[in-house]
Ligand binder design. Structure first.
Ligand SMILES: NC(=O)c1ccc[n+]([C@@H]2O[C@H](COP(=O)([O-])OP(=O)(O)OC[C@H]3O[C@@H](n4cnc5c(N)ncnc54)[C@H](O)[C@@H]3O)[C@@H](O)[C@H]2O)c1
Length: 370
């Protein structure tokens, strides 16, 4: 932190797969005053390929992230590896004096997430988690409306991320050991993060849930997956999960998520659903809908991407728009010109609740948080 005006921030990328190439690198390239100077992947050809496709001619390529961390000119590291390695790579990077943006989920469990926060405090280096959906138009509108008091007291919300057939078959997504779980930790993590952020409620009291290993075990003729056929033998994580979390103040958040489910009721992970004393809201393809009663009459306000109302808007609905904003706000923060948007303590609570749901599914018991 403490960069002077015009001073270039030098960045290293660890893990050069889908998310690094699809979001982080285009995002960083969209921000002024930041330079990608190092790329690392345990499969070095991937880092070389990334270097070539983005024309990062000056970037050094590493196979072992520990070698990248030895470069004292690198200020900031972005961890884009599978979930299991988020915690130890992040902690090593913080200890090496780097600020860190780590991909979601923060870690595969709450204890590891806590160790990451401790390392950030110990080293005085900044840490954030890449929940880019906070920059989506829907989440920005809902956050602004919640802060303006539009919803009154929100006492019921749904964190949904429901895919009919959207199993990520590349990399290690279906591998329990590497990822710590399936859709709950992979996509519902976004929905829960956005929901807690809008509610500004980070005090879970108890949770309960179940996970299913049903469609993941089905043979090819029942798959029909958008991302290609999966091998049922290698599908060791859940294919859907459902649960609920009751917060200290009594607010109920239900969680519903799937990579594969026989439903037409699909919900993108960048959306949420809330009910408050004054109004409720949900996100649809037509825009964000706010419903309530005004002057004794029920109303529905639809705010879509074309309106001037509500939160600030950014061009593009895909990675490009959110990904650039995610990087912009991070580097603004590192330059002392803005707030840290995704605080590690917030991402920790997401990990805590997700772990609670998994634990409940394993034990059949309600999990009570201290
Ligand atoms: N924010 C989002 O919406 C979003 C979307 C997709 C993935 N992700 C997250 O990004 C992470 C990576 O996902 P992906 O889709 O890019 O996977 P991927 O398999 O495409 O890429 C991961 C890369 O990391 C490399 N790698 C593995 N271990 C490494 C290590 N120890 N050191 C250096 N490189 C290593 C792999 O060789 C691979 O190239 C996951 O944690 C996932 O949850 C986030």
């Amino acid at each position: 932190m403490g960069y002077g005006k015009g001073e270039v921030i030098r960045v290293g990328i660890i893990g050069c797969g889908g998310i690094a190439n699809g979001k982080h690198i285009p995002g960083i390239l969209g921000v002024e005053g930041v330079e990608i100077v190092a790329l690392c992947d345990i499969i070095p050809e991937r880092a070389e390929q990334t270097k070539e496709s983005f024309g990062l001619t000056g970037a050094k390529v590493y196979q072992d992230y520990k070698d990248l961390l030895k470069d004292e000119t690198i200020d900031d590291v972005q961890v884009c590896t599978p979930n299991r390695s988020h915690s130890f790579i992040t902690i090593d990077a913080l200890e090496a004096g780097k600020n860190v943006m780590v991909e979601k989920p923060m870690a595969i469990n709450a204890a590891e997430a806590k160790a990451m926060i401790d390392a950030s405090k110990r080293t005085g280096k900044a840490l954030t988690v890449a929940y880019q959906n906070r920059q989506s138009p829907e989440m920005q509108i809902l956050k602004a409306e919640a802060e303006a008091g539009t919803f009154g007291r929100i006492y019921y919300a749904k964190a949904q991320a429901l895919r009919r057939r959207g199993v990520p078959t590349w990399g290690v997504f279906m591998n329990e050991y590497e990822q710590g779980g399936g859709p709950l930790i992979d996509i519902c993590t976004h929905s829960l993060d956005g929901t807690l952020w809008i509610l500004n409620n980070y005090k879970p009291k108890r949770c309960f849930g179940t996970t299913f290993h049903m469609l993941g075990k089905m043979p090819a003729e029942y798959q029909g997956n958008g991302w290609g056929e999966w091998d049922p033998e290698k599908f060791t994580v859940e294919d859907s999960a459902f649960g609920m979390c009751i917060m200290e103040d009594g607010t109920l958040i239900t969680l519903e998520t799937s990579w594969a489910l026989n439903t037409l009721d699909t919900v993108d992970e960048g959306r949420t659903f809330l009910c408050g004393t004054l109004a409720g809201a949900d996100c649809t393809d037509d825009g964000v809908r706010i419903n309530g009663v005004r002057d004794g009459q029920m109303y529905v306000d639809i705010i879509n991407d074309k309106t001037e109302r509500g939160a600030p808007y950014y061009d593009g609905r895909g990675w490009e728009g959110f990904g650039i904003r995610e990087q912009q706000v991070w580097y603004d923060y590192l330059r002392g010109e803005g707030e840290l948007v995704v605080k590690p303590e917030q991402a920790y609570v997401v990990s805590q609740i997700l772990e609670g749901i998994y634990e409940s599914a394993r034990t059949g018991k309600e999990i009570v948080f201290d």
